[in-house]
Design a protein around this ligand. Structure first.
Ligand code: NI
Length: 279
């Protein structure tokens, strides 16, 4: 069973439907290289998001070296293009000591450091967009063959109600970017469902990693994908872009079990494919 234990992901807006402009920057870290999908007009922050997503390093502990220049997370407003990065550019990731990183990962399990205000703001804006869309999130349908066979919410919680959770799972499954990935990669997933934050915590503690945050898992390479939809406060759902990152991560586990180079290469490809639908 391949699990995802990692924090927030790439930030991207939703709506435009351009097809070009995604390219890869080659980021090296400890002898491995990661192809990071970006666009010239992305902020540098999207690379740090990837670092956080792919390696679980808190961005504030990372910097990038590009052509002898140091790029820090506080240069976030700088655009990828302005930083001189283009297709095939090489950057080196420097992360601070494992001890610092472990410390931050530990404190991340503390709900107080998660940024509730931010999560709730995202959730409010998601709800607003849903309402504006008249309830149907995308007006799309899953592929007849390459799809999530069934979609089930968990019925243990009433705030938000299971109906909303199911609608959110439907929205994820019918996101045009996700439909495209499922179709072109010929992915099939038996069940798409949610787990409670309590179950997520329980699973990690059984694995002996009680300080890690479990965001999702993929059982039997596509048998079932389970996402932690809700925030730990149970007051709402995790931000949509965050859930999409978890979903794409778990879809990658349809092909690759361990988080090795093959895994991250495919993750980056799928993420790039998704980004062509959402910029
Ligand atoms: Ni994983």
């Amino acid at each position: 069973m391949a699990e995802e234990e990692q924090p927030r992901g790439l930030n991207h807006g939703v709506g435009r439907d351009d097809t070009d402009g995604v390219f890869f920057v080659s980021m090296s870290y400890k002898g491995l290289s990661y192809e990071v999908p970006v666009q010239a007009e992305d902020s540098l922050g999207s690379i740090f998001d990837f670092v956080q997503e792919a390696l679980d390093f808190p961005r504030e502990y990372c910097k990038l070296i590009s052509k002898g220049k140091t790029l820090r997370p506080d240069n976030e407003e700088l655009l990828v293009g302005e930083a001189g990065l283009s297709s095939g550019s090489k950057v080196m990731l420097v992360a601070s000591s494992a001890k610092d990183v472990a410390y931050v990962q530990k404190s991340r399990a503390d709900p107080l450091v998660k940024g509730f205000a931010e999560e709730e703001r995202d959730e409010a804006s998601r709800r607003k967009k849903m309402r504006a869309g008249g309830g149907t999130a995308w007006g799309t349908k899953q592929d007849a063959e390459y799809n999530f066979g069934s979609i089930k919410a968990e019925f243990k919680y009433s705030t938000p109600p299971p109906y909303d959770a199911e609608k959110l799972l439907q929205k994820l499954a019918t996101d045009p970017g996700i439909i495209e990935i499922m179709k072109t990669r010929q992915f099939k997933v038996g069940v798409l469902t949610e787990m409670s934050p309590a179950e997520a915590a329980d699973r990690m503690s059984k694995k002996g990693q009680p300080n890690m945050d479990l965001l999702g898992y993929n059982q039997n390479m596509g048998g079932m994908i389970v996402l932690k939809l809700r925030t730990d406060t149970l007051k709402g759902f995790r931000p949509y872009h965050d859930l999409i990152n978890t979903l794409i991560h778990e879809m990658t586990h349809n092909v690759w079990g361990p988080h090795d180079n093959n895994f991250w290469k495919l993750f980056a490809e799928l993420k790039a494919q998704y980004m062509r639908f959402h910029r």
